[in-house]
Ligand binder design. Sequence first.
Ligand SMILES: [Fe+2]
Ligand SMILES: [Fe+2]
Length: 506
Amino acid sequence: MESIEIDRKRKIVEYLLDNDILVDSDMLDNINNIDELEQFFERIKHDPNPNDLSILKDNLMEIPKEQEKKEDEKKETINDLPKKNINVKIVSSYDQQPAKRNIKDFVEFFRSRFRSMENILSNRRELNANLTSIGKILMKKEKEEVAIIGIVKSKNETKNGNIILEVEDLTGEIKILINKTRSELFELGKEIVEDEIIGIVGTNGDKIIFSNKIIFPDIPLSKEFKKAGEEVYAVFLSDLHIGSNNFLYKEFNKFLKWINCELGNDKQKEMASKIRYVFISGDLVDGVGIYPGQEHELDIKDICKQYELCAQLLSKIPKNIDIIIIPGNHDASRLSEPQPPPYKDVSSMLWEMPNVTMLSNPGIVNIHSSDGFSGFDVLMYHGFSFVHYADCVESIRSAGGLDRPELIMKLLLQKRHLAPTHSSALYIPDTNNNSHIINNIPDFFVSGHIHKASISNYRNITMICGSCWQSITSFEEKMGLHPEPGRVPIVNLQTRECKIIKFMEN
Ligand SMILES: [Fe+2]
Ligand SMILES: [Fe+2]
């Protein structure tokens, strides 16, 4: 039996190395049985593009059981260290007052979104040569190669199994046929979602274009892989759900002890001492009235008290660490995105903490800049739209759906939009601030919401999904979800090496 396992582990290592993916021995040591090996193998095997989406280090480290603190002098808390200047700059955070919106706002919102995406797409070499408007194509009689940029109004399958799109721009509307016999093109066609803006190259017919190429806005291959000048770390939390009777108080306390260098082996403590940034991607508290019957699943039924406990716990994080927070759908903010930061009157203790930066969802910060280093741009999005794409995009659904946050995040980066389909998230049509568009290419894309930790890399963007600090709820059980609480992704900003530290017993 032992030799079978060793053999299978060897196969995994060989497979990963064939795909230019590095794996370290800690990870394999944490794969204990055939089932886990199978799962891991399946996960890699179904990755549609392993070269683009390499798992840097899916490295689970067990934190040993709480260790006795040694001499008193070693207990010196980093909390007592003098507060350094915050090295977090807000690049984008929505703070507009609510306003009445009407149909015109939606029309103008979509028009401005079209213009922004058109700007990105028109730089693509594949489109430039024959780029024209749909209005002009509709007047053409002769068949010729054309290129358009359009918004996908609908996507369907023909009787013969081809994909047929209705696409429009500001001048008209046309059908696009993606033939199933063109297998590579057809696979790309399956990734198209409604309301996204794409480029199409093809041959025009009568009010139809026979597609030869599909161009997503995507991330340029030239994106720089930035590294900090010194060894400092950032950790990524999400979905604390404080107030829930499923909140994992004991495990969260372990995390707090570790970040204070009071728990773990020497190597783990040393790493903790070099942490400078903690990101929290929303759902800090469980909230109240979020779903019917929630009151029966709450330890703390007053939202102000939920935030008070949250602030008390987060205040145990050493003050020389900057904490960056966005709200999620359980927080005290409106549901429609962009969600402003949690309301001050409800979460005042968080706002008053000197090392906390409160942002909107989505929001962007720049961290760790210095003379000669421009710092890292971090795009934070709670991830409310992820559920839609896990279900509607076949390649993601068949690879595990919500168990594969990295595939969803990669898809959205390719679309340069956090919620391209109208129904995938609630949103405010603010024409002056369309924060779902990924205009500035970040170094980190950070998320949460689906309670599953993952770290991966797409074209030099580190994509991180935080785990959660709530054991499985009755709702998650009913929905067949598989949350993985108590994991903490951590990134060495000097090397960009990533790990996931586990604070749960299983
Ligand atoms: Fe959550
Ligand atoms: Fe959430």
